[in-house]
Design a protein around this ligand. Structure first.
Ligand code: FAD
Length: 664
């Protein structure tokens, strides 16, 4: 507050910005920097461009170094010169590390991005473990330019608020609009005059009028973005204590070793001695030295009861951990004793949390929640909205094992890849399908299971995951994730609202960067899809084959004449007509024409086929239908000479269902 901003040269204002350590001071210094440069009105890429122009001088070399790193990142081919998702409007709910990391990728893709954060400040002292790729990622983005001690030496952790400050600075330089103290309440459907919007608190905030195409829940474990069922992964009772003590940075403190994760099974002697000396019984403990001395430990319930931390042994964990059942003084003493015994730190004074109280907390980790799916889409009044969840909102981590940020960053990059697909006009169902397949990797992902060369990671999931196979989910399987009000149609293959760009990075010129679509790689052994799939969540931990398990004989088949009329409407352009559900289809040309009419990209050679080789024609049609749409053949090509009427009706009705919403 005492800084005489107007008297400072621009390089000093930038220094304030780069060194700021709180949300308020980052925003304040950045506002002053923009004012000094006369770019207050700019945002997004225009701002990034203006900053590059004005700050890349000898005097402002610190800013120049940081901006050059960002420019290098911006030049990654996936971002297509910031045209990849140009015009896509994104609202990110939550300014935690994952929301801010996603904002960076969205900005680099050329999106119009807003981040809202309900808290007015960054206040979390707790320390996050960083996987090697997250360290590399943050280094490449210039983290060290904003926090000199970032991951110095062998350090592989950072406190949450420092990380938020680093990511905020990077995203501000890229042109982010960040709004603190703004809470997401509800998503509002389009009306005749407006697109998708959000109801926010405060209700008079101008962002209430912001219309968006993508809404991302990066709002942590209790996500408020609607429509994401959550499944509970319940383990044995796990009660964790986090505690932060003031780091005075004395020589004695520096000499104390960190504990980067000791679990009972690996070091029983340690825990037995701790118990013998203090009566504290733990299952694991982590100690990181950062801005604070940070501890997270999993305590056995009986030991918390015995020590008086928990007043009564109550069966429901919510009651057990209710503030009325926790003796705070005993909790503080428990944390001090455990921390002191484990590290022999000379002085343990509690750091304060944002309520100005000792920063100690007791959490229940018995249940970890995971969203049933990572993304879904809505269509109302012809307007698409993609809703996604990332970070803790998608997959809650078990803090003592430190998986939160690694998987959180992966989910942010995967989501950015999906948004890129939207910008490229990729098919909505394919996008949802691909997102599901990728997100199913997440719970099993560890640093060891990722690609070795962390320097070459990009938002393209193939650069990060090993053995990623997008073949298992036919696009039909995500139908329940695309909820549309379009009457009489189903949404399976509707195009996204964004068309292919003809500029530098058109989809055809960038084929090598693009992941194969699920449909083009689908498995040959997919059972027959149901005709009327209900809105069922994905099967836990696996691909959604259960979704297809309804036997074909339960299907309600369409009227044959309706089916024939429908088929004729779509194949007459090929000079073909069908009159029955048997021999009209024998030479395979009608089926090939039907497929080509809807999806020429999967069958470019079909118009050249002739009746000379009916078996080959039918084999090709069956194969494209199975590989691209998940429709398994019910007949052999040889049987098409005189096909069984009911079997053919059943088979064709699957196409009718599948293509019913698609404009050829
Ligand atoms: P978060 O970091 O939880 O960020 C979500 C953000 O969304 C928050 O800033 C929140 O204020 C905001 N938000 C929520 N609802 C709304 C809304 N309706 N509108 C606008 N904004 C909203 N991990 C560890 O490994 N070790 C720890 O000790 C540890 N301690 C934690 C302590 C707390 C209190 C919390 C909440 C999380 C902790 N975590 C810890 C988890 C870790 O912080 C996350 O894994 C990591 O920060 C990545 O999460 P994220 O960005 O997805 O979500």
């Amino acid at each position: 507050d005492n800084v005489a901003w107007s008297e400072l040269p621009v390089e000093r204002v930038y220094d304030y910005f780069a060194q700021a350590t709180s949300l308020e001071s980052v925003l304040r210094a950045f506002g002053e920097l923009k004012a000094k440069l006369g770019v207050e009105e700019l945002r997004g890429l225009e701002l990034f461009g203006a900053l590059r122009e004005k700050l890349c001088t000898q005097k402002t070399w610190k800013a120049r170094d940081a901006l050059q790193l960002l420019e290098k990142r911006a030049n990654q081919q996936e971002y297509m010169g910031q045209k990849a998702a140009e015009g896509v409007k994104v609202l990110i709910v939550g300014g935690g590390p994952v929301g801010l990391r996603l904002a960076i990728d969205c900005l680099l893709l050329g999106c119009d991005v807003r981040v809202i954060e309900k808290r007015p400040s960054f206040s979390r002292n707790n320390v996050l473990h960083l996987w090697p790729f997250t360290i590399e990622d943050l280094r490449q983005l210039g983290a060290k330019k904003f926090c000199g001690k970032f991951c110095a030496g062998a350090i592989d952790h950072i406190c949450i608020r420092s990380l938020q400050c680093i990511l905020l600075k990077i995203s501000l330089l890229l042109g982010l609009s960040f709004h603190a103290g703004v809470e997401f309440l509800q998503v509002l459907e389009p009306n005749a005059d407006t697109g998708w919007r959000a109801k926010l608190n405060p209700s008079d905030h101008f962002l209430n009028q912001f219309e968006f195409d993508v809404l991302v829940g990066a709002d942590g474990r209790r996500s408020t973005v609607p429509g994401f069922d959550r499944k509970e992964l319940r383990g044995k009772l796990a009660l964790a204590i986090t505690a932060n003590f003031v780091n005075y940075f004395t020589r004695e403190e520096v000499a104390v070793d960190e504990i980067s994760g000791v679990a009972f099974i690996f070091n029983q002697k340690f825990f037995k001695e701790l118990k013998a000396d203090t009566g504290i019984d733990l299952e694991n403990i982590v100690y990181y030295k950062d801005d604070t001395h940070y501890f997270v430990m999993t305590a056995k319930k009986y030991s918390l009861l015995k020590k008086g931390v928990l007043v009564a042994d109550l069966p429901d964990t919510r009651d057990l951990l209710h503030p009325s059942n926790i003796n705070k003084e005993e909790l503080y003493e428990y944390a001090v004793d455990a921390a002191g015994w484990s590290t022999e730190l000379p002085q343990l004074d509690f750091a304060l949390n944002h309520y100005d109280e000792p920063d100690v907390a007791l959490f229940d980790f018995t249940s970890i929640f995971q969203a049933e799916y990572a993304a879904r889409a809505l269509k109302r009044r012809g307007r698409d909205l993609i809703l996604c969840v990332v970070g803790d909102a998608l997959l809650e981590p078990f803090w003592p094992t430190g998986t939160g940020l690694g998987r959180g960053f992966l989910s942010a990059q995967d989501t950015a890849w999906m948004i890129r697909g939207l910008g490229q006009g990729r098919n909505m169902s394919e996008l949802l399908c691909e997102r599901e397949v990728i997100s199913q990797q997440l719970p099993q992902t560890t640093p060891e299971k990722l690609q070795n060369n962390i320097k070459t990671y990009t938002i393209n999931p193939f650069t990060r995951y090993c053995n990623l196979q997008l073949r298992k989910l036919p696009v039909q399987s995500v139908k329940h994730l695309y909820d549309t009000d379009t009457i009489g149609t189903s949404p399976a293959l509707q195009r996204g609202s964004f068309k292919m760009k003809s500029s530098a990075g058109s989809s055809s010129s960038n084929k090598e960067n693009r992941a194969p679509t699920p449909s083009s790689l689908s498995s040959p052994s997919i059972p027959v899809p149901s005709l009327s799939p209900s809105r069922r969540p994905l099967a836990e931990g696996s691909v959604n084959l259960a979704y297809y398990s309804e036997p074909a004989n339960k299907m309600s088949l369409p009227n044959p004449s309706v089916l024939l009329q429908w088929a004729n409407t779509h194949i007459h352009g090929y000079g073909i007509r069908v009159n029955d559900l048997t021999t009209s289809w024998s030479d395979g040309l009608a089926l090939c024409a039907l497929i080509h009419g809807f999806h020429p990209e999967f069958s470019p050679e079909f118009p050249q086929l002739t009746p000379a080789d009916p078996i080959l024609n039918n084999r090709r049609a069956f194969s494209v239908a199975e590989e691209s749409f998940g429709i398994s053949p019910l007949l052999r090509p040889e049987e098409m000479e005189t096909p069984d009427k009911i079997t053919l009706l059943t088979y064709l009705s699957l196409f009718h269902e599948f293509f019913s919403d698609t404009e050829p």
